[in-house]
Design a protein around this ligand. Structure first.
Ligand SMILES: *[C@@H]1O[C@H](CO)[C@@H](O)[C@H](O)[C@H]1NC(C)=O
Ligand SMILES: *[C@@H]1O[C@H](CO)[C@@H](O)[C@H](O)[C@H]1NC(C)=O
Length: 306
């Protein structure tokens, strides 16, 4: 806890460029597209809701958002609707694969060598590191959702107020050290993250969608010595791409979650015990956040496979 709070306190006074991250680039069927292409931008700096004790209300591009920030910030990133009309729409086919890359740099600090010849065919890398790995500096699962654009609307004007269906998740395994076995695959102890790659379900109907990428830096709660309880809510890192899906599938998408409603500290998977937060033990009833996982056929409870 102490480390999360002290990072927040530091960020309140210094507009750190390298402190957090944002999803920023995608590959279609292993072909990297230009950084930012097809992805709604965020306005930065931006005045979001001021929560006492959390990160500053003045948020920069790579800063997190919280469930009780503006709805718009939680859905697809701060002020994303101001950028929707200027964002291209990626046409793809149901069954195609998408790979996603993130950056810890502010747009004002982008350089070409963050995007080219990255090790392991990643879409981003960090020239400041000898191994050039672009790491995640926070733990937690990566979750991916789709929201179908309502009839009669265009993806360039859709705000994401409808249902969101989880189609992919990257979680943890128990390969950490004996005393702290939980090993988050995206975080990977600040080393090369798990590859963020998934399939657009072959079963999804044709149409336009928002495709949402997020890493949930899971919240935690505990009890003070005086028996008062505290909750430190999850940090969220939402970004959306605009896509047009070609498909022969005739079924409908299942019902999903609402955002931000399903991202509150009381929602499944959004808050863990301090023991789980500190990687010691998995909470007995733990499920990954973001609702049920659609496997293309059924909505399944998204529990760790450990
Ligand atoms: C996105 O917004 C940032 C400011 O937050 C700006 O520096 C950057 O150029 C924008 N990117 C695009 C692709 O418009
Ligand atoms: C906290 O709760 C425990 C268990 O109910 C109790 O024994 C203890 O006296 C309480 N402490 C305070 C400071 O109220």
């Amino acid at each position: 806890m102490a480390s999360k709070l002290s990072i927040a306190a530091l960020a309140a006074t210094v507009p750190l460029v390298h402190s957090h991250f944002t999803f920023i680039r995608l590959a279609l069927n292993d072909e990297w597209q230009a950084p930012t292409r097809y992805i709604r931008n965020k306005t930065s700096p931006f005045e979001d809701v001021n929560h006492v004790g959390r990160i500053s209300s003045t948020r920069y591009n790579v800063y997190p958002t919280y469930w009780d920030d503006y709805d718009e910030s939680v859905r697809c990133g701060r002020d994303h609707m101001a950028h929707a009309a200027d964002t291209e729409v990626l046409t793809l086919s149901a069954g195609d694969t998408i790979t996603v890359a993130h950056t810890r740099y502010d747009p004002t600090a982008y350089t070409d060598d963050q995007w080219t010849n990255c090790p392991d065919d990643r879409g981003s890398c960090d020239p400041a590191r000898a191994d050039r790995v672009m790491d995640f500096n926070h733990r937690g699962p990566i979750i991916t959702h789709l929201s179908q654009v309502p009839d009669g609307e265009d993806v360039r004007t859709y705000d994401g107020a409808g249902d969101w269906v989880k189609i992919h998740r990257i979680g943890f395994d128990l390969s950490g050290v004996a005393a702290a076995p939980i090993h988050w695959l995206p975080y990977n102890d600040d080393q090369l993250p798990a590859r963020y790659i998934f399939q657009i379900p072959p079963q999804i109907p044709a149409g336009q969608y928002l495709l949402r990428f997020d890493l949930v830096n899971t919240g935690t709660h505990g009890v003070y010595a005086n028996n008062e309880t505290w909750t430190d809510p999850a940090q969220l890192y939402a970004t959306c791409a605009q896509i047009q899906v070609e498909s022969a599938a005739s079924g409908a998408l299942p019902a999903g979650i609402g955002i931000p409603e399903a991202m509150s500290p009381d929602s499944p998977g959004m808050t863990t015990s301090t023991d789980m937060y500190q990687l010691l033990t998995v909470d007995e009833d733990y499920v990954y956040p973001g609702g049920l996982l659609w496997d293309g056929e059924n909505m399944v409870v998204d529990k760790p496979d450990v």
